[in-house]
Design a protein. Sequence first.
Length: 191
Amino acid sequence: MVPPPYPSAAEIRPRRLWFLIAALIVVAGLATAAVIFVRLIVGAGPTRTFGPGETVTLHLGKDPRPGFYVTDAGSPDDRCYTRDSTGRQFTAEPISGTATITENGTRWHVLSHLRLPAGGTYQVTCPRTATNSDARYGIGTPPGAGQMVGSIFAVILIPLATLAIAAVIIIVVAVRRSSNRRRLTSPPMPY
C-alpha cells in the first residue's frame, strides 16, 4: 500500500496567513503603547515659559485645566494668576503633593492648576519676589494623576494583551495545522 502524498502548503488549514496576523497584532499593540508613552512624556511639560514678573498673553482652554510650572529656582509657595480681557483675576490653585517633569534638561515642578470659566485669551503672570528672581515659569496642561496612572497602565497592559492574543492565535493555528496535516497524510481507514 502506497502512503498518501504529503499535502501541499495550500491544502493545510488554517493558512499560514494567521501567523502574519498575529505578528501584526503584536506590532500594532507595541506601536499604540509607544504613542501613548510619547504623548504622556512629550505633552507633559509647559508650552510657554516666562520669567517672574513677566506677563504673557496666550489662549487657554477650560478643559483640560491649564497649570503653572516652575523650575528649581522657584518656590512651591509662588502664587501665579491670570486675567481675562475684562480684568477679572483667576488665582491658580496649588496642587496637593508634588509632581516633576524633566523636559529638554530642565526640571519643572507642577505648581498649580487654573480653574477658568471658559477658554479664551488670558494674560498670565507669576509675581517677582526676593526668592524667585532666577526662576522660570511655564504654563501648559499637566496631566492629572488619573490620566498619568491610566496611561502608565495602558503602556503596560496593551502590549501584554496583544502578546497574549497573538500567542493564542499562534498556538491554535499551529495545533490545527498539525492536526489537519496529520489527517491529510494518514491512510484512509479500511471499512
